[in-house]
Design a protein around this ligand. Sequence first.
Ligand SMILES: C[S@@+](CC[C@H](N)C(=O)[O-])C[C@H]1O[C@@H](n2cnc3c(N)ncnc32)[C@H](O)[C@@H]1O
Length: 306
Amino acid sequence: MNYFQEILNRAMRQCHETYSSLFDYIYPFTTENISGYINEFTLENRSLLTVGSSSDQVLNAILYGCENVTLLDINPYTKFYYYLKVACILTLNKEEYLEFLRYYNYPKVFKDNKNCFNIEIFNKIKSTLLILDYESYLFWCELFKNFSPLEIRKNLFSTDEDRTDVIVNSNPYLINEQAYKTLRKKLENVEPNFMTTNLLKDEVIGHFDNIWLSNIPQYLTTLEIKHLADNTINALKHNGLMLISYLYQTTINTPYNKDWEPIYNLPQILNLLKEYNPYLSSFLGVKGLKFKDEKIKDSIILCRKL
Ligand SMILES: C[S@@+](CC[C@H](N)C(=O)[O-])C[C@H]1O[C@@H](n2cnc3c(N)ncnc32)[C@H](O)[C@@H]1O
């Protein structure tokens, strides 16, 4: 059996079952305020390696002029979701895009979207998907043939999905119709690379100006965080910039609570990573967007390779 067939079979099994492990689920949208940190990075005509099964990290980077993008994720469905989103962006307007992909609390809070993965909308985008990537086309056609839209959405995707206004404000490409159309144009020039890789086990191959590791360290022990940093920094170019971790509701002055994950113990983490010159950048947090409260900040831990 070839690799694609194995992944498709796995997705079919997952659509039947109710529980899989955490990172078998695709994130429908980013859970980070990417708008808050994207300007820290020089992306135009530079390269980026990023995790993020929602593909939002890649889509925003492309909007910012990054043409050399690698999307690495432990989740094997990531490439198929990227092409599904791209087919949607090329075919649908922004409202239709959200109507097809949003589920929880859409269109209103406490109302889940019955039109999510609507088969008529899928039929509208399917010929574009075929042109973009044949495996992605097969993957989604097989799933839509064998399962209902909601079976696919509920079993293959994470429930971690914010309100529409939070998602829109977190993603520069969704901020208005103009940005969405600009992304559509830029997508014509970009063909990302995809790697299904476990950053804790596999060597990271490549040489990048920028690396984004999302909030993976939130799920790791202190030793694993050090291992992750050592493993990925090798793939960063001289003077390159790496986002080691996204931190929710935290700034450099937030006192550590011993019940929190080790990545939030900032004195310890900054000391652990000191050979990589770590520092924090803070901005309006996801909860700050949600509750319209400027005081709620998120941060990223950055390292520049000198
Ligand atoms: C930690 S999750 C959380 C979602 C994230 N905040 C976002 O906005 O996309 C980020 C991504 O890391 C991936 N991931 C988790 N552990 C990984 C690992 N060891 N190697 C590669 N990718 C991993 C997950 O599959 C997921 O797509």
